[in-house]
Design a protein around this ligand. Sequence first.
Ligand SMILES: NC(=O)c1ccc[n+]([C@@H]2O[C@H](COP(=O)([O-])OP(=O)(O)OC[C@H]3O[C@@H](n4cnc5c(N)ncnc54)[C@H](O)[C@@H]3O)[C@@H](O)[C@H]2O)c1
Length: 282
Amino acid sequence: MSEALENLFSLQREIVVVTGGYGLIGRSLVAGLQGLGARVAVIEPQVSEARSTAAFGALARSERLAAFAADVTKRDQLEAALAAIKGRFGPPTGLVNNAALDSPPDAPISENGPFESYPEESWDRVMAVNVKGVFLGAQVFGAAMAEAGRGSIVNVSSIYGAVSPDQSLYEYRRESGENFYKPVAYSASKSALYNLTRYIAVYWGPKNVRANTVTFAGVFNNQDQRFLEAYARKIPLRRGKPHLANMAEANDYVGAVAFLLSPASGYMTGADIRIDGGFMAT
Ligand SMILES: NC(=O)c1ccc[n+]([C@@H]2O[C@H](COP(=O)([O-])OP(=O)(O)OC[C@H]3O[C@@H](n4cnc5c(N)ncnc54)[C@H](O)[C@@H]3O)[C@@H](O)[C@H]2O)c1
């Protein structure tokens, strides 16, 4: 096999920043990218050895993994993290903008209520992390990549950013007396990432910095049985894992992100990879 082919999917040369790396999907991306050879810098607002061990187990002690404290909505904190990452690993070659806020199903009803009364403050909070945080992350880490003449930015979107949430999935909650609607801000924020990404791809194309989105569907996380039954009907793909109710496992997303960070995707920019079990194919 030629050397170019051998290294096609390799992450051995990559120094990858993953925001929100302690979260449900973040943990799995961090472990997966590290396992595929990358050095991985986790960004979270609060970092500690205990938190890293809780997220990554024994892997937290790996030489190729470190966590850096920064709130993605604060440019100065991201700049301090960049300096610390350069000191520890060298300049980053990859960025996964994964950190985001969603309103959990058990959030107060003011957060998950009708569109007409969705609170402005919640809109601002979600937009700040999910859009401004991605913009600032790209500004700070992407600029370092542009300076080095190579890099790959992966922005994590959602099927709910590509289409509206199907409110009928939550009908069971309204039937049981709750005035529940999947809120608007998350959808609007995830939708904004598609053109933010295309902007960056065009702007930094001449500097060999690529930018793409990944569009994920829902991950199994012990959701309510009635939700799972309704959601399962929206997913064509059956994998013989009935306990997941056709939802994704966090590990399902590692391959696409690794591909976008590897030489194999070297000519791919301004594009989207959707991994959704066929949710949007129907
Ligand atoms: N879980 C799903 O079903 C699902 C589906 C589609 C897309 N996604 C997307 O995948 C990504 C990860 O989702 P998840 O389910 O793992 O979320 P999560 O809530 O489990 O994790 C998010 C992480 O981001 C961190 N974070 C929040 N605000 C931050 C800030 N200001 N600065 C830095 N870090 C911050 C949190 O501490 C947390 O560890 C998100 O972009 C989400 O929109 C998730």
